[in-house]
Design a protein around this ligand. Structure first.
Ligand code: IPD
Ligand code: CA
Ligand code: CA
Length: 251
């Protein structure tokens, strides 16, 4: 399954690159987020690649919705995570593909086309970045950079937490691409990510990258988080986890 996900992500990534830094038309969805022809074409390419190999698996995609199946396997796909960045010519966007077995991610790919940066993970086999095994950083709060993934309804909470963040970690960012933000933790780049109400396709692949790289994921109260339980969670390198739980409790 991982090889299929890699090949699908590379095809989708090539499609997005063809439209990047062009004046591609933006369409606006009900929730006010953007989508473009690049999102749609990339999604179609991924679905066709998966169906060739696994015609009986279920599929959930951001743009075209869910195709149910009786199979234990289901693919969760965001063909272009970070469309807001993409349409503004900012290279922080990615393709995110996760394969789930019985509702749990078992294979994951996050691919950033600009820079040809490929992250992969398989359950029990670790996380790789550009073909090499990676792990989360050991960075403590004093040196930590954390990022925020707010859902559409969480802007106010984000703003509150954003100002409080300065008291407890070195730096903070809102990068607008949840899949990459989780990948950055997995490769030891950043230290934590607070997810407030995103959709499962935003993080299905990224959470496996973090878990397989030795990171920690809990709900906002510190209880173990399992995929599907909630779309509010904290992912971190472990070292800053308690700091982030204390932060979330204040917001
Ligand atoms: C968005 C990104 C972003 C998050 C937004 C999502 P999209 O996904 O994941 O980080 O803050 O809420 O909608 O729409 O670019 O696929
Ligand atoms: Ca997304
Ligand atoms: Ca998307």
């Amino acid at each position: 399954m991982l090889n299929t996900a890699i090949s699908a992500a590379r095809k989708a990534g090539a499609i997005t690159l063809r439209y990047f830094e062009t004046s591609v038309a933006r369409e606006v969805k009900e929730d006010k987020s953007f989508f473009t022809v690049a999102d749609k074409e990339a999604e179609a390419a991924i679905i066709s690649e998966i169906k060739k190999e696994f015609p009986d698996h279920g599929i959930v995609c951001e743009e075209s919705g869910e195709e149910k199946s009786a199979s234990a396997f289901q693919w969760v796909i965001d063909p272009l995570d970070g469309t807001g960045n993409f349409v503004n010519g900012i290279p922080l966007f990615s393709v995110s593909i996760a394969a789930l077995k019985d509702g749990v991610p078992v294979a994951a790919v996050v691919y950033q086309p600009v820079g040809d940066s490929l992250y992969t993970a398989e359950q029990g086999k670790g996380t790789q970045w550009r073909g090499k095994r990676v792990r989360v950083s050991g960075g403590d709060a004093e040196h930590a950079m954390i990022t925020f993934g707010p859902g559409k309804k969480e802007k106010e909470r984000l703003n509150r937490l954003f100002s409080l963040t300065e008291q407890c970690v070195k730096s903070k960012r809102y990068l607008g691409c949840a899949a990459l933000e989780l990948a950055y933790i997995a490769r030891g780049g950043t230290e934590g990510f607070l997810c407030f109400g995103l959709n499962k396709w935003d993080y299905a692949a990224g959470v496996l990258l973090v878990a397989e790289a030795g990171g920690r994921i809990t709900d906002l109260l510190g209880k173990p988080w399992v995929f599907g339980s909630s779309n509010y969670f904290i992912a971190s390198n472990g070292a800053v986890h308690e700091t982030l739980l204390a932060l979330a409790a204040r917001g």
